[in-house]
Design a protein around this ligand. Structure first.
Ligand code: GZL
Length: 320
C-alpha cells in the first residue's frame, strides 16, 4: 500500500516538473515527408492537407517536393535517415525501385508510411502501412458510369480515347485496369487510343490534340485518369470546334473543384472522387506507429462518384 502511494506521489511530482519545464515535456514527433511534386490540383490539396495537419498536431514536418522524379524521392528519404527523423512518409511517384532505400530506413530503425500510392516490394515489412484510395475501384466506377450511359446511346460502336496518368505509377496502372475490367463485357465500348498525359493539364491538352488530329469525330468518349488532364483535353476539344460533354463525353477522376466547375459548365460528365485529404489520418497513424502500436497494413479512403447532375448542389461543400 505504501509503495502505491509513493509511486503515485512520484508520478505526480515528475508530471509537475515536466509541465513547468517544457524542455522536459515529450519532444515533438519529427516526420520526413517526400511528396511526388505539384503536378495537379489534387497534389496541391494533398500537400496542404499534410502541412496543415502537421501544424495542428504539433508534428515537426521536414517536407521535400520531388518534382515527379524518383531519384529526388530516394535522395530525400536518405536525407531523412541521416537526420534521424522519427518517421518517414511518402507518396511514391512510381511503384517500383524502392527496395534498397526502404531497407536502409528499416536498418536505421525508422518506420515508413506510404500515403496515396503503393509500392511494389518483395518484403512488406519495409513499410508499416499504406493509406490511400483503391485506384482499381476508381477505374471500375468510371467504367460502370460509361456502361450505364452507353445503354442509352444509339451508337453501334462507342470509341474511347484514354489519357493515362504517370507511366509506372500505381494510379495509372490500376485506373487503366479497373476501367478495362468494367467495360470488358460491353461489345459497343472500344478503347481506340491510350497514352500518358502524366497527370498534368498541359500534357493532357497536348495528347488530346494528337488524338483529335488522328481520330477527329471518330472519338465519342474521353476517359482521363485525373481531372487536370481532362481539363486540358477539354480545351483541345473546344479548339477543334467540338463540344466537350456533348460531342465527346468526358469522364475523369479526382473530384477537384476545377472538375465541378467544368461539370457546371456542361463540359465534363462525371468525376470519380479520389480524396487528397489524408493529412489528419497520416498524423494519427504515424503517432501510433512511432508508439509501437499495431496498425492495419492497408487503410483505404472512402470515396464517391459525382455525375454532372449533382455538381451545382455538391460544389459549395467541396474542400479541394
Ligand atoms: C491519386 C494521385 C494522383 C491524382 C493526380 O491518389 O496519386 O496523382 O489522381 C495526382 O491528380 O497527380
Amino acid at each position: 500500500m505504501i509503495h502505491t502511494r509513493r509511486f503515485i506521489l512520484a508520478s505526480a511530482l515528475i508530471g509537475a516538473v515536466a509541465a513547468s519545464f517544457p524542455a522536459l515535456a515529450a519532444k515533438p514527433m519529427v516526420m520526413g515527408f517526400s511528396q511526388v511534386g505539384a503536378e495537379s490540383e489534387w497534389r496541391t490539396a494533398n500537400t496542404t492537407s499534410i502541412k496543415e495537419a502537421a501544424k495542428k498536431d504539433g508534428v515537426v514536418l521536414k517536407f521535400a517536393d520531388a518534382q515527379q522524379r524518383q531519384e529526388n524521392q530516394v535522395k530525400a528519404i536518405r536525407s531523412f535517415i541521416a537526420q534521424h527523423v522519427d518517421v518517414i512518409a511518402f507518396s511514391p511517384v512510381v511503384e517500383s525501385g524502392w527496395e534498397t532505400v526502404l531497407r536502409e530506413a528499416k536498418n536505421a530503425k525508422i518506420p515508413v508510411i506510404l500515403t496515396d500510392r503503393a509500392v511494389n516490394v518483395s518484403d512488406p515489412s519495409l513499410y508499416a502501412t499504406f493509406i490511400g484510395s483503391d485506384f482499381v475501384e476508381e477505374g471500375r466506377r468510371a467504367g460502370r458510369w460509361l456502361v450505364e450511359r452507353a445503354a442509352k446511346m444509339p451508337n453501334k460502336v462507342i470509341n474511347i480515347v484514354e489519357l493515362q496518368g504517370t507511366v509506372g505509377s500505381a494510379p495509372a496502372l490500376d485506373r487503366k485496369k479497373g476501367f478495362a475490367e468494367a467495360i470488358a463485357g460491353n461489345p459497343k465500348l472500344k478503347v481506340i487510343r491510350s497514352q500518358t498525359g502524366d497527370f498534368t493539364r498541359a500534357k493532357g491538352k497536348e495528347v488530346m490534340e494528337a488524338f483529335l488530329k488522328a481520330e477527329g469525330k471518330n472519338i465519342n468518349v474521353l476517359y482521363a485518369h485525373n481531372d487536370d488532364m481532362a481539363i486540358g483535353a477539354i480545351q483541345a476539344i473546344e479548339e477543334a470546334g467540338l463540344k466537350p460533354g456533348k460531342d465527346i463525353l468526358v469522364i475523369s477522376i479526382d473530384g477537384v473543384k476545377g472538375a465541378f466547375q467544368a461539370m457546371m459548365a456542361g463540359k465534363l460528365n462525371v468525376t470519380v472522387e479520389c480524396s487528397p485529404l489524408l493529412g489528419p489520418q497520416l498524423m494519427q497513424v504515424a503517432r501510433d506507429v512511432v508508439a509501437g502500436k499495431a496498425v492495419p497494413k492497408r487503410i483505404t479512403t472512402v470515396e464517391s462518384v459525382f455525375p454532372a447532375e449533382v455538381a451545382a448542389k455538391e460544389f459549395p461543400s467541396r474542400k479541394y
